[in-house]
Design a protein around this ligand. Structure first.
Ligand code: GLV
Length: 318
């Protein structure tokens, strides 16, 4: 029987399917499995089911001579040395599609919340500082007639764009090759360079994977391009934004606000951010519904079972 290491408790319906097909070694701790324990426990395993909080580096992969597949319960795989895994003939899989709609909904929750100052208003209310309704009190900004700039038009970027007409927004996007003439046209959406998108958008929403090319894509220079009335939304990966530069830009009011679900050094966040009223901060929740997290875990298990049965994985990371 094949053996599988699972680094965190998964929904029981999903785990029982794995138990039926393989010997399961489940790390039952509440926090991420310590690196030395991960290396020790993966040593005799055929498959590894892990989370985005588990760094799967060369040392882990080298500790596991029998490993055939690493199944990440996440769409982003920046926690895994994918190139090295591939060079060792190990499949790496992720969980696309099953989380697209829930992340797109959540992105809109952030867009609406930050432009209408929901968390700022709630904080004030909880501090007991509300003095009552006033015509000019805590005014937000409307979305209708404005431009949503999508950075990265993959599945999630498209799903976010698809919801824009409901709120009366037009959509611009930048994607590999957009604005250079080489990107295929997307009906109704306006391709442009990142620079132009930053200069013209009222809301900029990030949907790129974290790679060496997208690390600090939104740096000081990019932030100074944005309209002073614009908002930045990040549900992608923290290091796509230079957090220090963002804290500075928010302090200088170079943009109207930001809503962040992800951070450069999770779970730590830049110490200036919680002190600022013009930023909405949530703890990496975009795919966090019971339905979606269960579907993500189930897909990871399907990938493991396919590889262990000698078939191709359903959703390989390419
Ligand atoms: C969540 O951040 C994911 O990559 O699935």
């Amino acid at each position: 029987m094949s053996s599988v290491l699972v680094t965190r408790k998964l929904p029981s319906s999903v785990l029982s399917k794995l138990h039926a097909a393989a010997a399961v070694d489940l790390y039952a701790g509440d926090a991420a499995i310590p690196a030395d324990e991960l290396r020790a426990r993966v040593a005799d395993k055929d498959a590894l089911v892990c989370l985005l909080t588990d760094p799967i580096d060369r040392a882990v992969l080298d500790a596991a001579p029998r490993l055939k597949v690493v199944a990440n319960v996440a769409i982003g795989c920046n926690n895994i040395d994918v190139a090295y895994a591939k060079s060792r003939g190990i499949h790496v899989t992720n969980t696309p599609e099953v989380l697209t709609e829930s992340v797109a909904d959540f992105t809109w929750a952030l867009i609406l919340a930050v432009t209408r100052r929901l968390s700022e208003g709630e904080r004030l209310l909880r501090r007991g500082e509300w003095k009552g309704w006033a015509l000019d009190f805590m005014l937000g900004s409307e979305l209708r007639g404005k431009q949503l700039g999508i950075v990265g038009l993959g599945r999630i970027g498209r799903a976010v764009a698809a919801r824009a007409p409901t709120f009366g927004m037009r959509v611009a996007y930048t994607s590999r090759g957009a604005g250079t003439g080489s990107s295929p046209a997307v009906p109704g959406l306006d391709p442009m360079s990142l620079d132009r998108l930053l200069l013209t958008s009222d809301v900029v929403s990030l949907h790129v994977p974290l790679t060496p090319a997208t690390r600090h894509l939104i740096d000081k220079r990019a932030l100074t391009r944005m309209k002073r009335s614009a908002y930045l939304i990040n549900t992608a990966r923290g290091p796509v934004v230079d957090e220090e530069a963002l804290a500075w830009a928010l302090q200088q009011h170079l943009l109207a606000g930001a809503a962040l679900d992800v951070y450069e050094n999770e779970p730590a966040i830049h110490p200036d951010l919680p002190r600022l009223e013009n930023v909405l901060l949530v703890p990496h929740l975009a795919s966090g519904t019971t339905e979606t997290r269960t579907a993500m875990a189930a897909l990871a298990i399907e990938n493991v079972l396919a590889v262990l049965a000698g078939r191709s994985p359903l959703t390989p990371v390419t």
